[in-house]
Design a protein around this ligand. Structure first.
Ligand code: ADP
Ligand code: MG
Length: 237
C-alpha cells in the first residue's frame, strides 16, 4: 500500500519479506487493529510514551500477526517494548504450565534492566515475570515456579535446562536480544542449545540488535521461517 510505504519512508523503516503488515500510525491502532487491552495503553501513557518509535511501529504488527522477525534499530530506540508488547498481548496471563516466553540477553545487567522494563509494561496484570538469578538457576524447579516470561543470560539458562529443572518445550516466544553482542561474546553454542530446547513447533522466534552483521543475518535466516527483516536507519551504524 502507498500509505504504508510513505509511513515507512517517513520513519526510515526498511523491510524485507512477503506480506508485511502495515506499520502502526499510532498506539490507537493497537486497539482498533489488534484489540489491545486498555491496561497496556495506560501503561504506555504512564511511562510517557506518546507515540511508537519506528521499530515499534513495524515490529509490533509483524509479531502480532504471528510472523517471526529479525530487527535492527539503533541503541535507545525502544526495542525492548517492541518485543514485550506483542508478547504481553498474545500471552494469556496467570496460566499454569511453565515458561511461555524466554528473553535471552547478553549480560546480567541487560537482563535485569529488561526485567524492570517488562514489569513496568505489565503493571496491573498478573503476569509472572522472572529474572534468572544465579540462585534461581541452581535451586529452582521451574515446574513449581509460576513463570510466564523468563529473562536470562545464556549460561544461566543453559545450566538450568541441563539440570532438567527447566522445560522450554511449551515456550511460545523466544527473543534473542542484542544478538550482535550475544555473538561477539561467543554464546553461539548456548543459543543453539536454547533454540533446540524451545521445541514447540509454533514457537515465534525473534532477534533484535543494534547492528546486523552477516553472522547475525545468517543465523536469523537458518533459524526462522518466513521471517520479516526490519531495519531502521542503516544496517551497521
Ligand atoms: P534499545 O533496546 O533499542 O536500546 P530501550 O528499549 O532500552 O532501547 O529503550 C530506550 C528508552 O526509551 C527506555 O527508557 C524506554 O523506556 C524508552 N521508550 C521505549 N519506547 C518508547 C516510546 N514509544 N516513547 C518514548 N520512550 C520510549
Ligand atoms: Mg535493548
Amino acid at each position: 500500500l502507498e500509505r504504508d510505504a510513505l509511513l515507512r519512508k517517513k520513519h526510515n523503516i526498511h523491510i524485507c519479506g512477503s506480506n508485511v503488515p502495515s506499520p502502526l500510525q499510532s498506539f490507537e491502532d493497537l486497539s482498533t487493529r489488534y484489540r489491545c487491552k486498555p491496561y497496556l495503553l495506560r501503561n504506555f501513557a504512564e511511562l510517557g510514551y506518546t507515540e511508537p518509535t519506528p521499530i515499534q511501529r513495524q515490529a509490533i504488527p509483524v509479531l502480532l500477526s504471528g510472523r517471526e522477525c529479525f530487527a535492527c534499530a539503533p541503541t535507545g530506540s525502544g526495542k525492548t517494548m517492541a518485543f514485550i508488547c506483542p508478547i504481553l498481548m498474545k500471552l494469556k496471563h496467570g496460566l499454569k504450565g511453565g515458561v511461555r516466553a524466554v528473553v535471552l540477553c547478553p549480560t546480567r545487567e541487560l537482563a535485569a534492566q529488561t526485567t524492570r522494563e517488562c514489569k513496568k509494561l505489565a503493571q496491573g496484570k498478573k503476569f509472572y515475570i522472572k529474572l534468572m538469578t544465579k540462585e534461581l538457576s541452581r535451586s529452582a524447579d521451574f515446574s513449581k515456579v509460576p513463570c510466564d516470561i523468563l529473562i536470562s543470560t545464556p549460561l544461566r539458562l543453559e545450566f538450568a535446562i541441563r539440570k532438567r529443572k527447566l522445560d522450554l518445550s511449551r515456550a511460545e516466544f523466544l527473543v534473542l536480544d542484542e544478538s550482535d553482542k550475544l555473538f561477539e561474546l561467543g554464546f553461539m553454542k548456548q543459543i543453539d542449545f536454547v533454540v533446540k530446547a524451545c521445541s514447540n513447533p509454533s514457537v515465534i522466534r525473534m532477534l533484535f540488535s543494534a547492528t546486523l552483521p552477516d553472522t547475525v543475518e545468517d543465523l536469523a535466516r537458518t533459524l526462522m521461517h518466513d521471517a520479516v527483516r526490519i531495519i531502521v536507519g542503516k544496517k551497521n551504524t
